[in-house]
Design a protein around this ligand. Structure first.
Ligand code: C2E
Ligand code: MG
Ligand code: MG
Ligand code: MG
Length: 284
């Protein structure tokens, strides 16, 4: 079959380069088919409030159950989805699927909320994003407040001023907005004050070395004091150890997400986790 010989007319490329191009081509073709073949799945990672010691929300995280490759993490396929623009359609699927899952879980856990991630191209295709959100809310009957959209500082930097209008619209639908990977970007105080984000998610990279690393501790303390001054809520992500939890709790960080409590789990497993999570056990 023609494809095995590589894209035609590339004889002047070195074998290594054309092999790479072919791999990329095959990956894109497989990703294009993944949606119709229903190979994408959502996993859900619990977020726990330190004051109530309850699971307050779940973050929807996409995986690709690729034939023969097994479960592929998003780091490996979000970038090509983003480059090719396929992320717009996949992102629409994520929103619909996540809202359906939350609707189902709220029959048993009525207060539960859910956050989802969006990337640059989705943000630039404003109409698709907004209609996906409207449809998800009307199909499930969920209140906007049940959902939270996670965006990164670097996304805001890349989309520029056009992003602000979209954020206002999304917030106007009742959704909450969180700034993901916080501390790794370039937000100014003025900008942070202006955008309708209620929550900052402290990036994993600063949580990693807590409490031993003096630098990480200083960065996290600075983020906490800034968040207090701006009236933002804080979530720490990537919490794996009790010592990290104790340090963050001591600073008054509101919510924790990390392997210490739970990894991202498939729907049925996260339901089980929600049923059996016992706040009186260990950790604190
Ligand atoms: P993110 O939004 O910052 O998600 C948090 C990541 O940290 C997840 O990786 C999660 O599994 C991981 N994590 C959580 N707790 C811990 C911990 O205690 N230790 C360690 N080592 N890792 C932890 P994941 O699922 O591989 O996702 C990676 C990134 O892919 C996400 O980072 C997000 O930027 C992107 N992503 C995931 N799902 C979607 C999606 O549906 N749409 C878009 N556009 N991006 C997505
Ligand atoms: Mg996130
Ligand atoms: Mg993050
Ligand atoms: Mg991240």
């Amino acid at each position: 079959e023609a494809r095995k010989k590589g894209p035609g007319g590339m004889a002047f490329y070195s074998p290594k380069v054309s092999e790479k191009a072919l791999t990329h081509f095959v990956l894109l073709r497989d990703l294009e088919r993944a949606l119709e073949r229903q190979e994408f799945v959502l996993y859900f990672q619990p977020r726990i409030a330190l004051s109530s010691r309850k699971v307050t929300s779940l973050e929807a995280l996409i995986r690709w159950q690729a034939p023969e490759k097994g479960l592929v993490p998003p780091g490996e396929f979000i970038p090509p989805l983003e480059d090719s623009g396929l992320i717009v359609e996949v992102g629409r699927w994520v929103i619909r699927e996540a809202a359906r899952a939350l609707k189902e879980l709220r029959e048993e856990f009525p207060e539960l909320r859910l956050s989802f991630n969006v990337s640059v191209k989705q943000f630039l295709d404003q109409e698709v994003l907004l209609s996906a959100l409207r449809e998800a809310l009307s199909e499930t009957g969920l209140p906007g407040q049940a959902l939270e959209m996670e965006i990164t500082e670097s996304l805001l930097f890349k989309v520029g001023a056009s992003g602000e209008g979209l954020l206002e619209e999304v917030a106007g639908m009742g959704l909450e907005i969180a700034l993901d990977d916080f501390g790794t970007g370039y937000s100014s105080f003025a900008y942070l004050k202006k955008i309708p984000a209620r929550t900052l998610k402290i990036d994993y990279s600063f949580v990693k070395g807590l409490p031993e690393s003096r630098e990480d501790a200083e960065v996290v303390m600075a983020i906490v004091s800034m968040a207090r001054n701006l009236g933002k809520r804080l979530v720490a992500e990537g919490v794996e150890r009790k010592e990290q939890l104790a340090f963050l709790a001591g600073l008054g960080v509101e919510e924790i997400q990390g392997f210490l409590f739970a990894r991202p789990l498939p729907l049925e497993e996260v339901r089980l986790f929600l049923r059996t999570f016992d706040p009186s056990k260990a950790f604190w």
